[in-house]
Structures are given as structure tokens and as C-alpha cells.
Design a binder for this molecule. Structure first.
Ligand SMILES: Cc1ncc(COP(=O)(O)O)c(C=O)c1O
Length: 377
């Protein structure tokens, strides 16, 4: 299997554990952790001085994060996570009684809950479009396009889905929406796609605490010009009446702003890893890894047409119990008995291990998983 000089030394991950699920909660490099600790020490040395300095530091950080996404900084706001980004977008668009919020069967569960909350509040309806796992771009656009009409309040669509690690054709979906507001859930997109917020959507949100390995609770919300004056942070605070979108989202009450200020340090780590080259190598690695694990389990790899650069699904030959609690119990056993951290996803009555690869992973990690996992089945 491909090996690519893994760099676990840049992280503080427990070397006795196989870390195969970067996709869920990321992992923060040592350097960023150290900066975070320094910033927190500064806070505790003089909280008053720290909070006086926050606005200026956030402005610097925002510019670096927006540059990384290759997006206009005037439309880029900081939010704690993609869930907050989607919620803020749903709170902005007009939702009329009888209208429909369209999403897909790949939509992240919490995002579905958000759409349901807004639909309930405005007597609207949530429509879930079935998009097969093996759909190509034409099939994705046709399936979603068929559900759009004058009743559609918004399309909420993943850029890279969580359960299926599949890349959706956002630019084409924006075109087919033809003026219907599009909210893109790009939770996994930063660092996996080069310019994820440039497809013309009305709202895009994505996490820096996943693939860019920033401290947790660091995410971005990119808002198209027409919505910038009406998009509000979920917490009402002193910047409520600021006319500028990014500044309006900066100070949302007393909070821990250190992660947002430290986040660009992780982008520098990616830079030093020569990230675009590394990401291509990780794609090869995770392709091979998925085959090795599938062979060991005696299952097939689903034919995802555009898989995420660094995530792959391997089907589990699971028994009858496909409930979330059985999945949680299985992951806990894998952690305890195999010393491996994996995640499971479910789609269309099938259960998958969703494997991740980041710069700290090596081919050996997946070979060990392939040796150990069949012992639990
Ligand atoms: C597609 C997708 N959307 C939204 C989220 C929610 O992200 P967060 O928990 O950072 O809000 C996730 C998290 O994994 C995700 O994968």
C-alpha cells in the first residue's frame, strides 16, 4: 500500500490507538494547541486587556480564513459550527405557510432537524429527495430538480455528505434552482475542496475544525451579497446593528474567542504539509485502505461516483440490528477491544464504516484495522 511519510509527530494523538475518523471531530496539531494555550494564558493574566484586543484579532483571523476559502471577506462571517451556519441561513430566508424546504436523504441529521424546526414554525413542509448512493451528477441534479417548484422556500444541500462521503454538484444545483435560495452545508468542504464557497449559493457554511484541523468551534458562513444586510447571528449581542456582516457575527457575547484567533495556525500547518499534494496522496491511500478493509470483511465498496478526497465507505456485513444504539455499542467495542476509533454511517438500510485519512495516518493503520475488525463480527 502507498506510504507517504505520515506526520503523527505534528499531533498529540495517542500512538496506541488507530485514529481513523478525522471526519467527525478533527484533531488539532500541537502547534495550534500551544498557541491556544498561550492565548488562554493571556486571557487569564488580564481578562480586561484580552477582551479589548479580541475584535482586532478576529478581524485578522477572518481575513486569513476567508483567503483560505478563496472567498470575499466582506461576505464571510465566523460561526461556531456548520449547524449554526445552516440555522442562521434558515432564519434569514422567507419561509411562507405552505412552502417547502427541500433537502435529500444524504442530509446530516441535525440539519434535517433544523429544517423541520423552521418548517414547523412557518407552517411549511420538509421534502426529502431520494438520491441513490451511486447517482452521478446528472442523476443528482435530475432528482433534486424534479422537486423544485414555486412552492420551494429553499434547497438545503450537502457539498460533501456525512453518511455517504459523496461530493454534490453544487454549481449545477444552483443553476437548476434558478433563484430559489440555496443553502450549502459544506461542513466537510474546507481543505477538501479548493474554493468551496464559489458556486453561487445564497449561503454556504463549512467547518474549519474538521479537515483544516483548526480548534473546535471554528466555522465559516459565506453569504451572497443580497442577503448580507439581513443575515443575523443566532445570539443577539452588542454588534446587532453593525451594518457589516462579518463584524456583526464577531462578538456574540462573552465567549471563548481563542479558537477563532488560533485557527489560522492550523492553516499554516497544512501549508507546511504541502496540503494539495498531501491530499492527493491521502486520496490514493484511502482508496487502497478501503479495498484492504473491504477484502478483510468480505464486503463490497459502494460505487460512489465522486467520493470525498479523504473519506471512503466500506460496507459492514452487519447482523439484523441496524439501530443507532447497536452502532454506538459496536463503535465502543472497537475502541475498547481493538484500540481503533472508527465511525459508522447508515444509508438505505446499509451500514458502512466511514474511513478517514489525514496527514498523521499511514497504510499500516488500515492494515491493522483490516486484521482486527473481522474478529468482532
Ligand atoms: C454534512 C455535515 N453537516 C453538518 C455537520 C455538523 O457539524 P457541526 O457539528 O460542526 O455543527 C456535520 C458534522 O459532522 C456534517 O458532516
Amino acid at each position: 500500500m502507498t506510504d507517504l511519510r505520515p506526520r503523527p509527530d505534528l499531533w498529540s494523538l495517542d500512538p496506541d490507538v488507530l485514529h481513523l475518523n478525522h471526519g467527525s471531530f478533527g484533531a488539532v496539531p500541537r502547534r495550534t494547541q500551544e498557541l491556544l494555550a498561550t492565548l488562554r494564558a493571556e486571557t487569564e493574566a488580564n481578562p480586561m486587556r484580552w477582551f479589548r484586543s479580541v475584535a482586532e484579532r478576529l478581524a485578522v483571523s477572518r481575513l486569513e480564513l476567508a483567503r483560505f476559502l478563496r472567498t470575499d471577506p466582506a461576505g464571510f462571517a465566523l460561526v461556531p459550527n456548520a449547524s449554526a451556519g445552516v440555522t442562521a441561513a434558515l432564519a434569514t430566508i422567507p419561509i411562507r405557510p405552505g412552502s417547502r424546504i427541500v433537502l435529500t436523504n444524504h442530509t446530516y441529521g441535525a440539519v434535517l432537524f433544523a429544517a423541520e424546526r423552521f418548517a414547523r414554525a412557518f407552517q411549511a413542509e420538509v421534502v426529502v429527495v431520494d438520491v441513490p448512493l451511486e447517482a452521478d451528477d446528472d442523476a443528482v441534479v435530475a432528482a433534486i430538480g424534479a422537486e423544485l417548484d414555486e412552492r420551494t422556500a429553499a434547497l438545503v444541500v450537502d457539498q460533501i455528505s456525512s453518511a455517504t462521503a459523496m461530493v454534490f454538484p453544487i454549481r449545477r444545483l444552483v443553476e437548476v434552482c434558478d433563484g430559489i435560495p440555496v443553502i450549502v452545508d459544506g461542513a466537510h468542504a474546507p481543505a477538501l475542496l479548493d474554493a468551496p464557497a464559489q458556486d453561487g449559493a445564497d449561503f454556504w457554511t463549512g467547518n474549519f475544525h474538521k479537515w483544516p484541523a483548526a480548534p473546535r468551534a471554528t466555522a465559516g458562513l459565506v453569504v451572497a451579497e443580497k442577503w448580507r444586510s439581513t443575515t443575523l447571528p443566532l445570539i443577539v449581542s452588542w454588534s446587532e446593528n453593525d451594518e457589516r456582516l462579518p463584524e456583526r457575527f464577531d462578538m456574540v457575547g462573552t465567549a471563548d474567542y481563542a479558537p477563532w484567533i488560533a485557527a489560522p495556525e492550523s492553516l499554516r500547518v497544512l501549508d507546511e504539509l504541502d496540503w494539495p499534494v498531501r491530499r492527493a496522496q491521502l486520496s490514493t491511500l484511502i482508496d487502497e485502505a478501503a479495498q484492504v478493509v473491504a477484502k478483510a470483511l468480505g464486503t463490497d465498496l459502494p460505487d460512489v461516483v465522486h467520493p470525498a478526497a479523504t473519506m471512503r465507505l466500506v460496507e459492514l456485513p452487519f447482523a439484523d440490528d441496524r439501530s443507532p444504539s447497536a452502532g454506538e455499542a459496536f463503535k465502543a467495542r472497537v475502541s475498547r477491544e481493538l484500540k481503533a476509533e472508527i465511525t459508522l454511517t447508515a444509508f438505505d438500510q446499509r451500514v458502512f464504516v466511514r474511513l478517514s485519512a489525514h496527514a498523521y495516518n499511514s497504510a499500516r493503520d488500515y492494515e491493522l484495522l483490516a486484521e482486527r475488525l473481522p474478529t468482532l463480527l
